[in-house]
Design a protein around this ligand. Structure first.
Ligand code: URA
Length: 191
């Protein structure tokens, strides 16, 4: 078992796929190591690559607002991505890239051990929930995988492009809030 710091330094030196050639910084993820909720995006964009931090651009600012709207703070949750290096021109990560990089995410999940995993967008949901996941059809539905409660909602960048999706996203976030409270109150059957 690694610590988060050990894993972070392994990721920093990673050259397991070609994305290392075009990155400025790796974007490991950040937040509380004791977080009950993990938000998983797709991969770093321009600002994330520059700063080495997840969700710091426009989409990140919206994500922060949504986290605050369910009465949590960004530093109480953990935010990470499927791939830790920016795909050139913000293209979707290739399957080979995600398949290699998701191993780091698995370790992060193992170390942080959250109750809830929120997939932000289709790329994240396809890698975590189901390879045939369709965000408009399948968002907002809870899945149990082992001990993890997993849900997918729209990527905040999609909400910036199409405001009409915000209503459904807000439903999903209320559902996340309810699940969080339910689990905090010990109504779950995990013992
Ligand atoms: N979009 C993502 O999927 N992840 C980030 O970290 C930033 C934008």
């Amino acid at each position: 078992m690694y610590t988060l710091d050990e894993l972070k330094s392994i990721v920093k030196g990673c050259r397991r796929c070609p994305l290392y050639r075009t990155r400025t910084n790796t974007v490991f993820g950040e937040g509380s190591p004791n977080a009950k909720i993990m938000f998983i995006g797709e991969g770093p964009g321009y600002y994330e690559d520059r700063m080495g931090r997840p969700f710091v651009g426009k989409a990140g600012q919206l994500l922060d607002k949504m986290i605050e709207a369910i009465e949590l703070k960004r530093n109480q949750v953990y935010i990470a991505n499927i791939v830790k290096c920016r795909p050139p021109n913000n293209r979707d990560p290739y399957e080979e890239e995600s398949n290699i990089c998701i191993e780091y995410l698995r370790w992060q999940v193992k170390i942080i051990d959250p109750d809830i995993i929120v997939c932000l967008g289709a790329v994240s949901a396809r890698n975590i929930i189901d390879k045939d996941f369709r965000i408009t059809r399948d968002r907002g539905i809870w899945h149990m995988r082992g001990k993890f409660n997993i849900i997918a909602t729209y990527h905040p960048a999609a909400l910036l492009r199409d405001e009409s999706k915000k209503r459904e996203a807000w439903e999903d976030f209320k559902s996340i809030r309810n699940k969080y409270i339910e689990l905090q109150n010990g109504f779950n059957m995990k013992g």
